[in-house]
Write a protein that binds this ligand. Structure first.
Ligand code: ADP
Ligand code: ADP
Length: 226
């Protein structure tokens, strides 16, 4: 099942900056894909196109077999950003229920689904807490729960752990992998400039280079840790 299909996808900004040139990429169901590359290589641009926030200049882009905007409207895609977009003075569970309330689900099912995903991220004892009072790692867990609550087929994460300390980052990486393994059919697209993070998390790594022809090969070698 095709989740993301890009064919000759290009983005040129009005000022003439070529952010993406003729990108071809097919991603199928259930993959965990990281996009890695230096700042300015087009990672945000690719995400803006996938989410329908920006229009390609040329080429084709299909998400879940639809236009990016339709995929978003149908709750097919969900996002997690580095900066938390939680309502600081609204309880954790209300924050998580929001996407379901907006689409008109019943109160009972909003609450049940929110409780399910809060348990998944280890926050079932924090449903009444205010995001304002939580640590960065806890707020990130709430953001992840809110993204998962609508059961997206495609979860997009843009440098989600970039602002966290190393220990919290590692814990959340492990948790995210456990969640992805549990929600078997969910595809994750993960943007990072941290190569180690990409390699640790992903089934596929997309390397974006701003210097065409420079990287001629990427060689994965399997190693096992004691
Ligand atoms: P990354 O997320 O990897 O840092 P971006 O997608 O933000 O890369 O940027 C890719 C290129 O496009 C960069 O050269 C950047 O300066 C340029 N760019 C991004 N957004 C715009 C914009 N709105 N207008 C003009 N140039 C842009
Ligand atoms: P478009 O509507 O062409 O897809 P965006 O929505 O990505 O463009 O543009 C977001 C804003 O970022 C624009 O208003 C633009 O002025 C601003 N911007 C301009 N140059 C850059 C740049 N080099 N990097 C990031 N953002 C930029």
């Amino acid at each position: 099942e095709s989740i993301v299909r890009m064919q000759g996808l290009s983005k040129v900004y009005p000022n003439g900056t070529v952010a993406l040139q003729e990108v071809n990429l097919n991603l199928t169901k259930g993959e965990f894909v990281s996009f890695v590359g230096p700042s300015g290589c087009g990672k945000s641009t690719i995400f803006k196109l996938i989410t329908g926030l920006s229009e390609p200049t040329s080429g084709r882009l299909e998400i879940l077999g639809k236009s990016p905007k339709d995929a978003r409207k149908d709750n097919g895609t969900a996002f997690v950003f580095q900066e938390h977009t939680l309502l600081p003075w609204t309880s954790v569970i209300e924050n998580v229920m929001l996407p379901l309330k907006l689409r008109g689900d019943s109160k009972k099912s909003c609450r049940e689904e929110a409780e399910r995903v809060l348990e998944l991220v280890g926050l079932k004892d924090y449903t009444k807490a205010l995001p304002r009072m939580l640590s960065g790692g806890m707020k990130m867990r709430v953001s992840i729960a809110r993204a998962l609550v609508s059961k997206p087929k495609l979860l997009l994460m843009d440098e989600p752990f970039g602002a966290l300390d190393e220990i919290t980052r590692q814990t959340l990486q492990d948790e995210l992998l456990a969640i992805w393994e549990q929600e078997k059919s969910m595809t994750v697209l993960f943007v990072t400039h941290n190569v180690f993070e990409a390699v640790f998390l992903s089934t596929r790594v997309v390397v974006m280079t701003p210097r065409p022809g420079k990287v001629s090969d990427i060689i994965p070698i399997d190693v096992s840790f004691p």
